[in-house]
Design a protein around this ligand. Structure first.
Ligand SMILES: [Zn+2]
Length: 382
């Protein structure tokens, strides 16, 4: 058992002391001492407090050192960018956001991200060397092997752009790029739903995307395309044109952009403001959009039988009107047995779901046994 694997036992709370590690792993005292010392020296863990003991010298408690290493994350939406500096417990040390349109292309957006990252470090007085991982989520499909965007309708000019190389320049840290709905799904699961084995998150802002978390992991599908439900075509004869170029996609009826267009508005944010102001037409159109998306979600729910369906994105802020529409369709079109334990709720992290989810992805990578063992190997070659 490697030092990285020992770290997981401490992280998960399975073992809190050297004695518990010896008992749990069956390894010798000298081996455990050597592994724990390496983790202590490298700053992955620290000794804190004192565990209750039956007598003799009380053993000190081993715990993750969440504050020595930091992560930088950026959450990019169709019309916003949000960056945060966080510790390894996903606590925010500093953050910043701006209204910026992703369709401007990668150069101005990534330039803002790089400058904002530096401002967060300067404001908090942390050196770049403390950053052990960088994450970025955006509203497109991401090839996990290359960290590049493939086939995004909302992000012209981003396909195959070397995002990681640009954002990570000057840092000695891995860069992870993720689809926004997938990151949000993991963030919500990690923050509030760790007891449930299956979570389905639907993000509805300008477009529609979904993220699936099964047993604590993001489910991606063979082409990274799991969750692309916005472009399911409802009716072959439908003449509503979608952003993908096809006709009759559920997004062409139910996305924030579609609802905005029907109301003579420019964006999903405008819809939110009108619904919050109590406009009856905007409320009716929003509920209808939720019901239409609910038709597709009933299929997803019947297929996955999740413990919770979370609505995120701009349309989650429509005073539950969009959510009500989803509930109506999902409950009416699914077997009661499938939905009797299903919560259908709005995202509890709100607009922070993206940064938290992306931070969790980075933290899980940075503290994984393989990454930790590789880092220890570099620090002190055998
Ligand atoms: Zn479409």
């Amino acid at each position: 058992m490697t030092a990285g694997q020992i770290l997981q036992l401490i992280r998960t709370g399975s073992c809190r002391t050297r004695k518990e590690l010896i008992e749990f792993t069956g390894l010798s005292r000298s081996t455990i001492t050597e592994r724990v010392d390496r983790l202590l020296d490298a700053g992955y863990i620290h000794e804190s407090g004192v565990a209750s003991s039956a007598g003799g010298r009380p053993p000190s408690v081993l715990d993750i050192d969440a504050t020595g290493r930091l992560v930088l994350v950026a959450d990019l939406g169709a019309a916003h960018a949000h960056v945060a500096l966080m510790d390894l417990a996903a606590r925010t040390l500093a953050e910043e956001s701006t209204a910026i349109r992703i369709e401007l292309g990668p150069d101005p957006i990534l330039s803002w991200v790089r400058q904002a990252f530096q401002r967060l470090l300067d404001r908090t007085g942390h050196p770049r060397e403390q950053v052990c991982g960088i994450g970025l989520d955006l509203p497109g499909t991401v090839d996990q092997k290359t960290g590049r965007v493939v086939r995004s309708f909302l992000m012209p000019g981003w396909d195959e752009h070397p995002i990681g190389e640009i954002v990570g320049a000057g840092f000695e840290a891995p860069i992870l790029v993720e689809n926004d709905a997938k990151a949000m799904a993991l963030g919500e699961w990690w923050s509030h739903w760790r007891e449930t084995p299956s979570l389905l998150l639907i993000k509805v802002s300008t477009g529609i995307g979904a993220g699936i978390v099964i047993d604590g992991r993001i489910y991606r599908g063979v082409e990274e395309a799991a969750g692309n439900i916005g472009h399911v075509r409802l009716r072959e004869t439908d003449d509503r044109v979608c952003t993908c170029g096809s006709r009759g996609c559920v997004a062409s009826h139910s996305s924030g952009l579609a609802v905005a267009a029907d109301l003579g508005l420019a964006s999903s944010r405008d819809v939110v403001h009108m619904v919050q102001a109590g406009d009856p037409e905007a409320i009716a159109r929003t509920q209808e959009a939720g019901r239409t998306l609910g038709i597709v979600l009933a299929t997803a729910v019947s297929l996955l039988n999740p413990g919770v369906l979370v609505l995120a994105g701009d349309m989650a802020e429509t005073r539950e009107h969009y959510l009500t529409g989803i509930r109506e369709s999902v409950y009416r079109r699914s077997l009661p047995y499938t939905t009797r334990n299903l919560d259908i709720v709005t995202a509890s992290l709100g607009e922070r779901a993206g940064v938290v989810g992306t931070a969790v992805i980075v933290i899980e990578h940075v503290l994984s046994p393989a990454t930790v063992d590789a880092a220890l190997e570099v620090a002190e070659p055998a």
